[in-house]
Design a binder for this molecule. Sequence first.
Ligand SMILES: Nc1ncnc2c1ncn2[C@@H]1O[C@H](COP(=O)(O)OP(=O)(O)OP(=O)(O)O)[C@@H](O)[C@H]1O
Length: 207
Amino acid sequence: MVQKGPRPLVLCGPSGSGKSTLLKRLLKEFPDKFGFSVSHTTRGPRPGEKDGVHYHFTNKTDMTAAIERGEFIESATFSGNMYGTSKQAVNDVRRTGKICVLDIDIEGVKQIKHTDLDPLLVFVMPPSVNELERRLRARNTENEDTLKKRLDTARREISFGEEPGNFHITILNDNLDKAYSDLREFISQNIEDKEQDDKTEKDTNEK
Ligand SMILES: Nc1ncnc2c1ncn2[C@@H]1O[C@H](COP(=O)(O)OP(=O)(O)OP(=O)(O)O)[C@@H](O)[C@H]1O
C-alpha cells in the first residue's frame, strides 16, 4: 500500500547517546513539522488524561490480541501494565502531513523493518562507552545498578548500530552542534527534498 505523508523518522541509540536532546532541539526549531504517535496502554487513565490524546487506553485481552495480529511495532510491560506503539498510531501522524518521530530500541527497530511504514532509521552513536558513562553519571538519573545495566545494553546496541545495513545513517554525537546539523541535513535530504520531488511530480502530472 502506498502511504500518504512523510516517512516516519526513527531515532535509536544507547541510553545517554543524546536522542532526547537532539529531538528536543528539532521540535523547538520546527514545532509544526514533527509529531509523536499516541501509545497504547493497559493502565488506567490518570486525572486529566484523555483517551486518544495522551494514550489509547485499552485492556490486556484486546491489546494482546492486537499484538498477535501484528498491529504493533513494539510493546513492553512495565510494573504490570502493557505499553506499545501501533502501526495505526504512526500512520495517523503521517496523514496529518507531519513527520512522526519514534524513539525506539533495537528490538523495535528490528520489528519496524518488517512493517510497511518505510521509516528512516537513524542511529545516534556515543563517542565511547566511557563518555556514555560520564554523561549518565552527570545526568544524575541512575544508581550503580541501573547504570551498569544501561552500559551493558549500550555495548550490545553499539555493535548492532555498527553492523552495515541496520540504519540509514549513523550520527556521531561527540559535539552536539555538529550532531544536530548532521541530523537536520539528513532529514532535509531524505524527507523534505523527497516530498518536494513528489509534489513537483504530482503537479507536473496534473498539468
Ligand atoms: N554532544 C554531547 N556532549 C555532551 N553531553 C551531551 C551531548 N549530547 C547529550 N549530552 C548530555 O548527555 C545526557 C544524555 O542525553 P539524553 O538524555 O539526550 O540521552 P538519551 O539517548 O535520550 O537517553 P535515554 O535513552 O536514557 O532517554 C544529557 O544530560 C545530555 O545533556
